[in-house]
Write a new protein. Structure first.
Length: 462
């Protein structure tokens, strides 16, 4: 059941001086290669979305890049509303050379650039075997990323978007609790359900008082999109990455089918057996995560970011973060884990494309990869990123990423909507129906049929 990770996710780019594959002692005595004279110079204008990772990493990586390429001056615009900032600039013809912004973000900038085919073809970079490496760059990424809809949006086999970080999204649990109780981590839904009965009979301490009975699962009822951790592995039952890729492109039959529905039947079963945390439907993500950390539930669907997001939250004594991939229907089936990935791109009309390419490659060097782990507790979507960063990554974050080791990862991603389409995909996938599944007023099949109707409307406008 130990499977190679296989992500369907967003696009990726290259690495200029891949010291990450070399011996660290060799790196100390080896002089960094210089940029070719005249090939990488001038001003490089980059636009960066400033999210939960902050700006420390970006400030450091820009400085490192300028040290390596002294003939380049980087002008960085980093802002939480970077999409809104650069949108009118792009319309006016003032296009950044490099963009770190995701598909599907609120401003619609990236979706528009994809629809207008206004991104540079980066395929040649992925085909390169970069300095210090032994294989083409495309082979260094987690399986399933390169060639997905998120990297190759036009079905032409070419790469236009580059992956940034990878974020595992499975079932988070308290490692200390499981070790102290001697409980086995479940790999099948039957084993998962058996823990529900065990949890009901267990006790925990809150505020000095002993409480009897834990729930098996909590989830953020106000934000049902967290149940993507269930939905995408359910879709994968019909053919792994290919099935999820088809689903992400709104193709017919990947929601309303026997295997997807059978897998998702675990959700109403949790309710029927009383294994769902009472009141969780009224909680947001931090509230439900806090309840789980206090011991009121054994598992919660979340991601590797939860370590930092909840660093100041109250918790059971000795609480230690761990994460498992989603259980399977039958012993021996492939386990899947949902994954996210942010994206880089270079506009086709970039004024300094050579510097932009050099910068993009530099982002995959060992120094850059380790800096991201150190300053943002995040990992690049590279196969060896976890081990490269082991000495700088927080132990609990490292533990979370171990969920990739026993599962194939599938990308949480939906293709841009066609022009004139008003379907709210997030509403259709989760908000419109999921609470009804929980309260019993809608079946899992009716939920999947609702998704199929929305997808049919999207396809009709293509």
């Amino acid at each position: 059941m130990r499977k190679k990770i296989s992500i369907i996710l967003a696009a990726a780019l290259c690495i200029t001086s891949l010291a990450g594959c070399g011996n660290s002692k060799e790196k100390e005595v080896k002089e960094e290669p210089k940029a070719e004279t005249g090939s990488v110079s001038g001003e490089l204008n980059i636009a960066v979305f400033q999210g939960g990772m902050g700006d420390t990493y970006w400030n450091e990586v820009v400085k490192m890049f300028e040290d390596k390429y002294p003939d380049v001056k980087v002008n960085m615009n980093i802002n939480p509303k970077i999409g809104e900032i650069i949108k009118p600039q792009i319309v006016a013809g003032n296009v950044p050379d490099f963009i770190s912004l995701n598909m599907g973000e609120a401003s619609g900038v990236m979706d528009s650039l994809v629809k207008e085919k206004a991104l540079m073809d980066l395929t040649d970079i992925f085909d390169e075997t970069l300095e210090g490496d032994t294989e083409p760059l495309k082979d260094r990424f987690l399986d399933g990323i390169i060639g997905s809809k998120a990297t190759s949006p036009y079905d032409d086999g070419k790469i236009y978007l580059a992956p940034f970080d990878s974020g595992a999204m499975g079932l988070v649990y308290n490692k200390t609790l499981f070790e102290e109780k001697g409980w086995e981590l479940p790999t099948t839904w039957d084993e998962f359900m058996e823990l529900g009965e065990i949890a009901k009979k267990d006790t925990y301490e809150v505020g000095g008082e002993t409480v009897e009975g834990r729930a098996l699962l909590a989830y953020p009822g106000i934000h049902p999109q967290y149940m993507r951790n269930f939905l995408y592995p359910a879709v994968a039952q019909n053919g792994g990455n290919e099935a999820v890729n088809a689903f992400s492109n709104y193709e017919e039959g990947y929601a309303d089918n026997e295997k997807t529905i059978e897998y998702l039947q675990v959700i109403p079963e949790l309710v029927e057996k009383g294994y769902l945390l009472e009141g969780t439907v009224a909680l947001n993500h931090t509230q439900s995560q806090t309840e789980m950390m206090l011991g009121k539930a054994l598992f919660i669907p979340s991601g590797a970011w939860m370590v930092n997001e909840m660093k100041d939250a109250p918790r059971e004594e000795g609480f230690e973060f761990g994460m498992i991939p989603m259980p399977v229907m039958n012993e021996g089936d492939t386990q899947y884990i949902a994954s996210s990935c942010e994206q880089f791109s270079i506009p086709a009309k970039a004024e300094n494309p050579e510097a932009a390419k050099a910068f993009l490659k530099f982002l995959y060097t060992e120094d850059s990869v380790k800096s991201l782990a150190k300053h943002a507790s995040a990992l690049y979507a590279l196969k060896d990123a976890k081990e490269i960063c082991k000495d700088v990554l927080e132990e609990e974050v490292y533990n979370m990423y171990e969920a990739y080791d026993s599962a194939e990862a599938v990308l949480v991603y939906m293709a841009p909507l066609p022009q004139g389409c008003n379907v709210d995909v997030n509403q259709e996938l989760y908000h419109k129906c999921f609470t009804k599944v929980i309260d019993g007023s809608m079946t899992v099949q009716e939920w999947m049929q609702s998704i199929e109707r929305a997808f049919a409307e999207i396809r009709s406008l293509k």
